[in-house]
Design a protein around this ligand. Structure first.
Ligand SMILES: *[C@@H]1O[C@H](CO)[C@@H](O)[C@H](O)[C@H]1NC(C)=O
Ligand SMILES: *[C@@H]1O[C@H](CO)[C@@H](O)[C@H](O)[C@H]1NC(C)=O
Length: 331
């Protein structure tokens, strides 16, 4: 597996590193003095984003390499049910351009409802992502399903931000608990917060709508077992279109599920009240992400409403998908 490439700056070594550090330290001292003696008005208020952070950093600490590594952004993850993605959809120019635009917002993305046994549309999509100027890797499951209707789980990830160290296809052939058995990747990534590499397991699941309650009842045990398999992972996040709301999962059924119980060790990243559906006539939190593992740190979990973000009509948004992606940051 390839090396990470985010280390460019902190890896400056030897003579240069020493002098580079000295220069940064002197710079920081000068900056500190300037701020302490001349600027009485709290101009920090006027500084925005990274500048403010650099300033705060210069004032508080002089360990340069540690500070610089904080500038690498956390890994942005998403799960997107791209309604029936295959040859037909990938040749619809309007929808396709927006799909690429949406996917390229993320460092790691799980897409669901990929339906193309030829894999040609998948290759096209991968190529388009590479064309955005960053290299992507991809791993995907087999075609999954009990009948001739099958779907694939597909992950794309930015090679510079993450590495897939292993994959696992859950085998449910004994009890056939899932229409589309969960497919898991183990991801290695750099945590800017902890300033080190970490691993996490990401489990894909698109439940069969009518079996949502039954499949979700099985999920906790499957997550725990899978995490045991990925011993070096800090935890596991199951994500995807769980059909976990509205007609497919009543409030009563939902409240009986271990996944949704307080103190069960599972945590939903998104609130029950979110709407992951494009149609204005529906308000359902179908798409979900559940964490298991106390060490997992995640922030900014939300729904990406591309209709609003790109100022599209409902009709145009529906050309892209009937679901919005859910997203979060891995810290
Ligand atoms: C500088 O960093 C060290 C290690 O992270 C920390 O213990 C110390 O409190 C920091 N100093 C200041 C002034 O923030
Ligand atoms: C995308 O880029 C990666 C990294 O360079 C490469 O391995 C992969 O084959 C590319 N995918 C396509 C479809 O060209």
């Amino acid at each position: 597996m390839g090396m990470f490439e985010y280390e460019a700056v902190p890896h400056v070594s030897g003579w240069f590193s020493k002098h580079f550090k000295l220069a940064m330290v002197s710079g920081a001292i000068v900056a500190g003095l300037v701020i302490a003696t001349i600027i009485v008005v709290p101009t920090a208020l006027a500084l925005s984003g990274q500048e403010a952070y650099i300033q705060a950093y210069a004032n508080s600490n002089f360990t340069v390499s540690k500070g610089l590594s904080s500038f690498y952004s956390p890994v942005k993850v998403a799960a997107f049910n791209i309604k029936s993605f295959g040859l037909a959809k990938s040749s619809k120019e309007f929808a396709y351009q927006y799909i690429v635009k949406i996917l390229s917002r993320y460092d790691v993305i799980l897409i669901q409802e990929v339906r193309d046994k030829s894999r040609r549309s998948l290759k096209k999509l991968w190529h388009s992502l590479n064309e955005t100027g960053v290299s992507y890797g991809s791993v995907y499951s087999d075609n999954l399903g009990r009948t001739t209707y099958t779907e694939q789980y597909v992950f794309f990830y930015r090679i510079k931000k993450a590495e897939v160290t292993a994959t696992q296809q859950y085998d449910d052939s004994r009890d056939d608990d899932f229409e589309r058995e969960p497919f898991t990747i183990e991801l290695s990534y750099y945590s800017p917060q902890d300033k080190r590499k970490k691993r996490i397991a990401l489990m894909a699941l698109h439940t069969k709508p009518k079996d949502a309650a039954a499949e979700l009842a099985k999920l906790p045990a499957v997550m725990k077992r899978t995490l045991q398999h990925f011993k070096h992972s800090q935890g596991i996040i199951a994500l995807g279109d769980f059909n976990a709301d509205c007609t497919y999962l009543s409030k009563k059924k939902k409240n009986s599920l271990e996944l949704f119980k307080k103190d069960s060790g599972f945590k939903s990243l998104l609130h029950d009240s979110v709407d992951t559906t494009v149609a204005s006539s529906t308000d359902c939190a179908y798409d979900r992400a559940f964490v298991y593992g106390k060490k997992v740190k995640v922030s900014e979990a939300t729904v990406f409403n591309f209709q609003t973000a790109f100022d599209l009509s409902e009709k145009d948004a529906k050309e892209i998908s009937d679901h919005y992606p859910i997203e979060f940051m891995l810290l």
